[in-house]
Structure formats: C-alpha cells, structure tokens
Design a protein around this ligand. Sequence first.
Ligand code: ADP
Ligand code: G6P
Length: 486
Amino acid sequence: MARNDSGASFVVVANRLPVDRVTDDGGEVGWRRSPGGLVSALGPVMRKADGAWLGWAGTPDEAPAPFEEDGMSLVPVPLSETDIELYYEGFSNSTLWPLYHDAVAPPVYDRRYWDAYVTVNERFAQAAADVAAPGAVVWVQDYQLQLVPAMLRDARPDLRIGFFLHIPFPPGELYLQLPWRREILEGLIGADVVGFQRPGAATNFRRLCHRLLGYPYRGHHVDLGSRMVRAEAFPISVDVTELVELARRPEVQERARAFRRELGDPDWLLLSVDRLDYTKGIGERLHAFSELFADGLLSPGEAVLVQIATPSRERVEQYRRLRDEVELQVGRINGQLGQLGTPIVDYSHSSYAREDLVALYLAADVMVVTPVRDGMNLVAKEYVACREDLRGALVLSEFAGAADELHRAFLVNPHDIDGMKRRIMEALRAEPTERARRMRSMRRRVVEHDVNAWSADFLATLDPHYAEQIHITEPDTGRGMRNVKI
Ligand code: ADP
Ligand code: G6P
C-alpha cells in the first residue's frame, strides 16, 4: 500500500471488497472474486495505484484484519446480520436499486432501512477517514455509499473526494419519489467530482441539485457558492489487455471448441451472461428466443441459447421470485420445444472462472444482452474485447449504457418481442463481412476506451497532479494498446 506514516495516499471505498470470504467443504477459509461489474473495473486501477480498498468481506459480522490479496491492500469493514438485512438487502437493494432502474420492480420505502443506511455510511466514512493520508485521493463507489462523500468531507476536509455511480441515475419524475431525496443529494455533493455512466444521468443530477437544493449549475458544474462540484459522464469499460491475453491462449480456444462439442455442435450458439437480476431482461429474451422455435424459424439442434445466470442477492424476495420464474420458464421452453438431449436453452445458475467465461465468449456466434435498464453492462464490452477474430455478433438493448458507444451492435428494445426476434435472426443471418465490419467498429471504441482510460479520465479530472504522479495518464494505459488488433 502506498502509505506514508499516517495512511494511504489513494483509497477506494466500495460496499464490497473485490473478494468474498468463502469457507470450503473442508472448513478451509479462502477468498473468491466478488460478483459484478464494479470489481472487474476497479481491480486494474487499484493494482496500479497501490492504494487501500475498503469494503465488506461478504459474510456477516466478521471483519478480518487488513490483508493483501491479488496485489491489492484490502481493509474489511464489518456488516452485522441486521446491517445486511436493512442497509444492503433493504435500502440499497430494495429501495435504491429498483428506483434507479426505472422502478421496474416497486421500490420499498421503509424508515428502518434508511436509518441503517445512514449508520452504515457513517461507518464507511469513518473507516476511510482513519485510513487516508493527509491530502489523499479517496474514490467512493456506487449507490450503497452515496452519503459517504459529505460525511468524509466533514471529518477530513483535506481530502480530494471522488464519487462514481455505476448504475443509472433517474430523472426527476422517478427520483422525487424518494422520501430522503434531499439527503442523498447532500451526501453526493460532498464529492469534488461525481461521475456517472451516461451524460443524461449527470444532467438529471445537476437539475435535481437545482430543484431540491437550490444550487445553480453551469456546464458540468454545480455551484455551491463555497466550491464547485463537477458532475459528468465517465462511461466505464473493461480490461481489454487482460481479456485479449486470455482469448489468445490456445487452451482457452480449445475450451471454446469443447463447449461447442458438449452442446452437440449446433450451427448457432447464442450466449447470455447476467447476474440473476430483474433488470437484465432475462424473461423477455427467453420469450423472444423460444418463439423463434415455436414459429419454425429455428429448430432444436440448429440453435441453442446458453444462459448463464450468476447467483445474486438471493435473500431479497424479488430475486428469489425471479429465480423461480426464470427456472420455470426454462423448464417449460425445453419441455415444450426442445427434444430429449437437445435443449433449446442451456441454463446454468453458477459463477465461472474468468478463463471459462472468455472461452464461452469465443464459442458464441451471437451474444445476446437485453437488459430493460443497465448502467453500462460490461458483459457486452467484454464480448467485443475478446472477439479479435471479428466473427461474433452482438445483440444489445438500447437501454444499456453500452448502447451509447456500441452503435454497430444489433440494437433492440427488449420490450418489443417481435423486434427482438427480427434482430436475433438478422444477427444470425448476417454475412461474415457484415459481422466483421460491425465488430471492428465496436472493437475500436472498446480498445480506445478501456478501463484504464476510464480511471485515467476520472482521476485526471479529480486530481490531475495525483494522476500524473501514479503515471495513470501515460499513453500505453488505454487508448490504443499497441498489442491489440482492431
Ligand atoms: P452487473 O454489474 O449488473 O453485474 P455487468 O455486466 O456490468 O453487470 O458486470 C458483470 C460482471 O460480472 C462482468 O465482469 C462479468 O464478466 C462478470 N460475471 C457475470 N456473470 C458471471 C459468472 N457467472 N461468473 C463469473 N463472472 C461473471
Ligand atoms: C452491480 C453494482 C455493484 C455490485 C454488483 C454485485 O455491479 O453496481 O455495486 O457490487 O452489482 O452486486 P452485489 O449486491 O452482489 O454486491
């Protein structure tokens, strides 16, 4: 950790550590990479900056002593069973998550959830204040910790504080439902820079600061009088170098061929990889895909959809129900339209090693990413990064942040089942030259704006001097890596 005597000069504060504490069948305790896009995005930055990452270790009550893992210094922050229920499953994932995703599931407004959210945000702010060196750069992550910037500024006005929201930030029509709408904005403006995935989200935020707190805004800045807060879009991306390196490995390519063989060598392998979340549009996608078989446009054995659904937030009622619904739907589809030994949907509810995920990306003729709302969707960018061979095709929802950049995907409205069916068939039937043209254009964007470019842009906006000091702005970090073919 880059520490002087009194702390770390770079601190990431996130709800989760990048690893979860797990106990295997033999009682042995170890660490496993945490789920979700945040971890995929911040790992590379952390290793470069050599800072400290504060977060929850994924199990109740235990807060192991700070430790090193995978080149990162990790500082666990404890959450009790009650914190998990009220702050994590409650306010974070039953109130904010659905509200910020267009209220596609009804948000729950419960005062006990809010009280716990305040208490846990105070704990994280205190932990960051304890760890940060004088004048350190602190980067707070995501919707679980929106109060931390102001709390931390109160305790440590010497710090440079950034905040990045990985999920959408809703327009006033939705945001105004929140009983604690002023408090959340007051928490966020404690930061010097508030980053969002899309320009529209930054606009929503600046307008709401004006409407609810009375602060004027000019350009990207909200003017607090005493200081300026910069609110701007910094679209997040993926670690292209890591993915390309994996995709080039002969054993990963062999694994990709093996996956196809295991699936009976279909003409068309379609792939979807999502956390099992109601924002991901899994039901709509399965519906559209299965109708292609019911209509006789595809037949069992000719095409198969591999649906990987990563276990997520399993104690939250809406997630439990979703799992039942998806699994019932898969069973029905295969029962009605598949044949014995030749399912239409090959479904798996588990986590995969990075190598296996990349092998699946290489095996897939068409990647189908159809969320009804998604801050960015890293899976779409990971697929594009891996397809150096230019042979895959991407079907992508207009409602994913990634659609702002990946214009040459086969874009779909996931609510329009007929439209989705047509686009899937177009993607399947596209000539190789057409697929290559589209993939090349998408790869150019992802390679030039990889995760290093994302963090470099954010940190250079937050603290140009610090960004220079850790060499994060150097040209070989992102923006056209020499080794990667477009
Ligand atoms: P979200 O952040 O909502 O989960 P993203 O698509 O932005 O969605 O990020 C998901 C991340 O989790 C990606 O980096 C993806 O590779 C990873 N991931 C998703 N499913 C799995 C899985 N079953 N096993 C391992 N990693 C997964
Ligand atoms: C999304 C969120 C992250 C979260 C991840 C996994 O990517 O933006 O903040 O960590 O999902 O969700 P979980 O609830 O398991 O942390």
